[in-house]
Write a protein of this length. Structure first.
Ligand code: ADP
Ligand code: MG
Ligand code: ZN
Length: 474
């Protein structure tokens, strides 16, 4: 029998706010333990929470970016449990009335587009972090009360690879929207995986296993690559799967059972008594909506369509937004946008990296690249010389026209001058000449190279080829 995997993801991302969710403590990574704490985020008795409006905005914004319905009525509930990293003994979350519901994420997958439905994206608060040393354990509460958004998918994902691509797409969208930096190394994104298998064609879902403890997207992929065949094997051997929670052991590369359904938590959710429900106004939602940006996939498709760019070039401009915006500034006036993209990606980006500078420091105006392309397209300079001109342009800010003039770099297309160089090269290299005559076509490239050298790179290479061939065959 053939089996298929059914996967749903619950992804938590830390929101990019200056302060925490209910107090004024800084939302900042890397500070010494327990330096960003106060009575509110430590949950001392008698304190009252004050909501961070920006966190509510960023969650609503995420809703718009993820094609969700963004709700006007939003309420927080207490999720009660005991654990050392949650000193309040509860976590606030939007259990009953989340900020957003019913969305979807579209992304490129296996040469086409995939679509994963979003059940909801809701706002909650992060908890502290436990540390275990040789003889003792400690808790750092710097992270406690940091605004955390959870994005829950429908079980629409069908493979480890698809889960991986979904996560990358989600991350790109949230980074683009300015919702979260999604820095994995700083623990800003965490993902729990729910996975079951069923005989292909069966409607009913199989018993789901929740996997925890992956600390990267590739960890998620690896955990699924292990867990799916494990479940299939259980069924194939006549066994039964029960709903359970497993833990990914990255070192061993396996999932291990943590608890089964019997131990499922009962959180005894109830409405947070210290906060009024939120009634968001149309004006408030409209302001949030005005922050919606073009999504990465839409940007890629637009660059490919409007400027006839190949996918990898468009992708470069999706990843590097300032570079893409710079390119667009040029491309709108370019006769040859593809050539402009090549200059921006292959030359400009490389020079910026080498010089350790940014686009803001550029000495030449964007029209410089257009002018350079025109000089090449009209045959005035060779593309090799153009590289040199670009370097000079980058260093001095002079226009390509000025540089070509000053350095006498105009391409030599004058037949008389080129004939002379060709005669010189032929006379100086009898060996390759004989080779060519004996049928070794590659020898022509050598001679061409010699002519380019003699002309200091200024000879028109196409004409040189023609002249050499005529002379050698004649
Ligand atoms: P809970 O309330 O226990 O968190 P949910 O119904 O909210 O459970 O589902 C959590 C996640 O599990 C969702 O992403 C959902 O798509 C996924 N899921 C639910 N049932 C299954 C299943 N049988 N197989 C795989 N994933 C599932
Ligand atoms: Mg859940
Ligand atoms: Zn605090």
């Amino acid at each position: 029998m053939e089996y298929e995997a059914v996967i749903g993801l619950e992804t938590h991302v830390q929101l990019k706010t200056k302060s925490k969710m209910w107090c004024g403590c800084a939302n900042e990574f890397g500070a010494p333990p327990n330096t960003h704490v106060c009575p509110v985020c430590l949950g001392l008795p008698g304190v009252l929470p004050v909501a961070n409006e920006e966190a509510l905005r960023l969650t609503a914004l995420s809703g718009f970016l993820l094609n969700c319905t963004v709700n006007r009525y939003v309420k927080f509930d207490r999720k009660n449990y005991f654990y050392p990293d949650v000193s309040k003994n509860y976590q606030l979350t939007q259990h009953e009335h989340p900020s957003t519901r019913n969305g979807c994420v579209e992304f490129e997958f296996q040469g086409g587009l995939a679509r994963v439905r979003i059940i909801q994206a809701h706002l909650e608060e992060d908890v502290g972090k436990n540390f275990h040393f040789d003889r003792e354990s400690g808790v750092d509460f710097n992270r406690a009360g940091v605004p955390l958004m959870e994005i829950v998918t429908e079980p629409d994902i069908t493979s480890a690879e698809m889960a991986y691509e979904y996560l990358n797409a989600l991350k790109d969208i949230l980074v683009y929207g300015g919702v979260s930096d999604c820095d994995m190394e700083k623990g800003m994104v965490r993902c729990d995986v729910n996975v079951s298998v069923r005989p292909r064609g069966q409607d009913r879902l199989g018993a789901r296993v929740e996997i925890k403890n992956m600390n990267s997207f590739s960890g998620v992929r690896k955990a699924l690559e292990y867990e799916i065949p494990r479940q299939v094997k259980v069924l194939e051997q006549g066994g039964q799967l029960i709903q359970s929670t497993r833990r990914w052991n990255d070192v061993a590369g396996i999932t291990e059972e943590m608890r089964t359904k019997e131990h499922v938590h009962d959180y005894r959710y109830f409405p947070e008594p210290d906060l009024m429900p939120f009634q968001l106004s149309d004006a408030w939602l409209a302001e949030v909506k005005s922050r919606v940006v073009e999504l990465p996939l839409a940007r890629k498709q637009r660059f490919m369509r409007d400027y006839q760019l190949p996918a990898p070039d468009a992708q470069t401009f999706v990843w590097d937004v300032p570079l893409g915006n710079y390119f667009e500034g040029i491309a709108r006036q370019a006769r040859n946008p593809k050539a402009a993209a090549n200059w921006v990606i292959n030359n400009l980006r490389a020079q910026l990296t080498e010089a350790g500078t940014t686009l803001a420091d550029l000495k030449f105006p964007p029209t410089g690249i257009l002018e350079l392309i025109d000089l090449v397209d009209s045959g005035k300079i060779s593309s090799r010389i153009a590289q040199e001109v670009f370097g000079e342009m980058f260093a001095t800010g002079q226009s390509p026209g000025q540089i070509v003039e000053k350095k006498g770099l105009v391409q030599v297309s004058d037949a008389g001058a080129l004939e002379q160089f060709c005669d010189q090269a032929i006379a100086a290299h009898p060996g390759p000449v004989a080779d060519f005559k004996a049928g070794k076509a590659a020898a022509l490239n050598f001679l061409k190279g010699q002519v380019m050298k003699l002309s200091k790179g200024k000879a028109n290479p196409a004409l040189v080829g023609e002249i050499l061939e005529r002379k050698l065959k004649g």
